[in-house]
Design a protein around this ligand. Structure first.
Ligand code: FDA
Length: 309
């Protein structure tokens, strides 16, 4: 009963600068952050990729940052991605890792042209290194613009991945548009606080929308990337891929760093492709708050750890 108000409260705190400062300077902050974030540096991110690769898991790396306020900041983020890709290549890890990019991190005030140019630089570098890029999806006010940029990027780099969020009422029809053969689409439930006009409020409706959209992607021949930790959904998706006669390797499961690692290993040991979303960087606050909002038990863990040394 208390879950929804708590979730809204935590998501509201994600936008608060004073709460961010309070959390960042709390004694136990590092321990909590370390559960969900691989570290602050590229080296730490690469170490996490190596650890995952050791038991057959792949990674998609996210350099944390969103809603940048000036071009200098976006330039710093783009350059970090370029360096990350170089270092992945030099370490022989590009077969195991790709990158995920938030457009709000590589543009200013929603400038689509700048987003396209900067995301394009990252896509070009990824292609040179032999890997791919997935463009994360943010709140519903950005969905159209994000899909426009992805469509444009795909003209040059057809492997660019799109993300759909099953909590949005529009997602099944977006899935139809993106379900062509080889189209890489990550399907997740969605992590932002959205109004009822655009999003399903009940968990059951979000799950049904997820399965309907998964069916559309599987039927259309897309390379579906099932991003969920939900045990019930993972089971249903296993049934759906078999029903559509999909071979292993023509779809994948994705989960977040630090969430259900045993399940990640179990799926990988069964021969499934499993990709772990590995965030790193100093700007971990917004990301951490969204992870806490997903699960009240994480919030209790977080508050206990913050209070301890
Ligand atoms: P749900 O939240 O219903 O959780 C099901 C079960 O999974 C829980 O009961 C619990 O056991 C476990 N679980 C889930 N979250 C947990 C957590 N934080 N800690 C511990 N256990 C947890 N969203 C978005 O809006 N845009 C995006 O681009 C992406 N990208 C993305 C990539 C990848 C690889 C993943 C896995 C997820 C995203 N997301 C995302 C986040 C996604 O939308 C969603 O918020 C989370 O995955 C949680 O939803 P679940 O499907 O796991 O189900």
């Amino acid at each position: 009963m208390l879950v929804e108000p708590l979730r809204s409260l935590i998501l509201a705190a994600a936008g608060s600068e004073s709460i961010r400062r309070l959390v960042a300077t709390a004694p136990g902050a590092r321990g909590v952050v370390g559960r969900f974030v691989a570290g602050e540096t590229i080296e730490e991110a690469l170490r996490a990729v190596r650890g995952l690769a050791a038991d057959g898991r792949c990674a998609t790396l996210d350099y944390l940052g969103e809603y940048t306020s000036d071009e200098e900041q976006t330039e710093r983020i783009v350059r970090t991605y370029l360096r990350l890709l170089d270092e992945l290549y030099a370490s022989g890890l590009t077969a195991h890792a790709e990158v995920s990019v938030k457009l709000s991190a590589v543009t200013v005030a929603g400038d689509e042209g700048l987003a396209l140019r900067n995301a394009g630089r990252i896509c070009a570098a990824a292609e040179q290194c032999g890997t791919t890029v997935t463009v994360d999806m943010e709140d519903h006010t950005t969905t159209d613009a994000t899909l426009r940029v992805v469509t444009e990027l795909r003209r040059t780099w057809p492997s660019v991945g799109a993300v759909l969020q099953s909590y949005l009422r529009r997602t099944e029809s977006d899935a139809v548009a993106l379900s062509g053969k080889g189209s890489r689409v990550r399907l997740c439930k969605g992590a932002y606080a959205e109004p009822a006009e655009v999003a399903f409020a009940r968990a059951h409706e979000v799950d049904l929308s997820y399965v309907r959209s998964a069916n559309v992607l599987l039927e259309g021949g897309a390379y579906a990337m099932f991003a969920t930790h939900d045990p019930r959904l993972v089971e249903v998706l296993g049934q759906r891929v078999r029903w559509y006669g999909r071979e292993r390797g023509s779809y994948e499961y994705q989960m977040l760093y630090g969430v259900r690692p045993d399940e990640q290993r179990r799926l990988a040991a069964e021969g499934e492709t499993v990709r772990v979303y590995v965030p790193f960087g100093e700007q971990w606050y917004g990301y951490l708050m969204r992870r806490l909002a997903e699960r009240p038990a994480n919030t209790a863990f977080f508050l206990r750890a913050l209070a301890s040394r």
